[in-house]
Design a protein around this ligand. Structure first.
Ligand SMILES: C[S@@+](CC[C@H](N)C(=O)[O-])C[C@H]1O[C@@H](n2cnc3c(N)ncnc32)[C@H](O)[C@@H]1O
Length: 297
């Protein structure tokens, strides 16, 4: 299927019976003048129908990424996404660049990235719910961000190459991580770079943890590599340069249950007697942030 056919086919996902009511709710949002402040909390003020906005935001749950403040409605997402954004902030400058955010969720990082005035900002995420959350926020922000209901696997056929590709929190969800890294490689322009993060395990060996069913209660985690194994995957995918930017441990300040998600969060995913372990007994999630270049010169 070519790109146009894919887009058309995926547009039909907006008609799914769990998504269609959300689409019609956001189509009924009143038009008005708003001002937007792109800080740690993305804040929107102006001509707002407070009650309707609150009810619509509630319909769009779960809110994983954020937070957003729209008038009196504070969408306190599960993740304080500004912690990751601020950690990475010193490592990029997007001015006049073609930028992609792969696995962009509701677009929180892309809204923030507008501060650099990139030439083009494209988000890829195959979730119609997260795209609808994006459209809701973008109703007020009125950005030029392009949101594609596509996955990382579509980068090789995409009609644009990028100067910088962000791919945060996606690699461990892929059953073939090297194939995913190759797709990122093919999405880049010659001088391009990827900023990627993933869970990792400690160790000097070139090894990866392969969870039997779940990791930290997350079902679709396939491989959690050591940093050395991650580097080998990246080199095998064709990257010429691999640089570790940051390492971090997620805590319950960054990820926790709020009233904007149903169900559990990090506090239930770790061993209650030993937070260095997941509930399954694996090493607790740690993240490594890396920069990959096609060509180190
Ligand atoms: C763990 S979240 C990470 C969100 C965000 N990038 C971050 O780091 O906070 C993974 C995201 O990847 C998206 N996703 C799922 N399948 C994907 C695919 N094939 N290609 C790109 N993104 C995908 C999910 O919808 C979800 O928004």
């Amino acid at each position: 299927m070519n790109l146009e056919e894919l887009r058309k086919q995926r547009q039909t996902w907006m008609g799914w019976k769990n998504i269609a009511p959300l689409r019609s709710a956001i189509e009924k949002l009143a038009q008005g003048y708003y001002s937007v402040a792109l800080g740690d909390t993305i804040k929107i003020s102006g001509d707002l129908d407070e009650e309707y906005i609150y009810e619509t935001a509630k319909m769009l749950m779960p809110w994983r990424k954020g937070p957003f403040q729209i008038g009196n409605t504070f969408i306190e997402s599960e993740w304080k996404s500004y912690i990751k954004y601020n950690l990475l902030r010193p490592h990029f400058d997007l001015k006049d660049k073609r930028v992609a955010d792969i696995g962009c969720n509701n677009g929180y990082y892309m809204f923030r990235m507008q501060e650099d005035e990139p030439k083009l900002l494209v988000g890829f995420d195959p979730s119609p719910l997260y795209k609808t959350q994006f459209d809701f926020i973008n109703h007020f922000v009125k950005s030029d961000i392009v949101y594609e209901l596509l996955g990382v696997e579509h980068l090789p056929i995409y009609d644009e190459k990028f100067d910088i590709i962000f791919c945060l929190g996606v690699l461990y969800h892929r059953s073939d991580p090297v194939a995913m890294l190759k797709a990122l490689y093919r999405g880049l322009d010659k001088k391009g770079e990827v900023i990627l993060d993933t869970f990792y395990i400690e160790g000097d060996e070139e090894m990866a943890l392969c969870p039997e069913t779940t990791y930290s209660k997350i079902p679709n985690i396939y491989f959690v590599p050591t940093v050395k194994a991650l580097k080998n995957w990246c080199l095998r995918a064709g990257f010429d340069d691999f640089e570790v930017l940051e390492q971090s441990v997620t805590d319950t300040n960054e990820q926790r249950k709020t009233k904007w998600i149903a169900g559990e969060s990090l506090e239930n995913f770790l061993d209650p007697n030993d937070s260095s372990k997941t509930i399954e007994g694996y090493p607790a999630p740690k993240r490594v942030y890396v920069r990959l270049k096609k060509d180190k010169r």
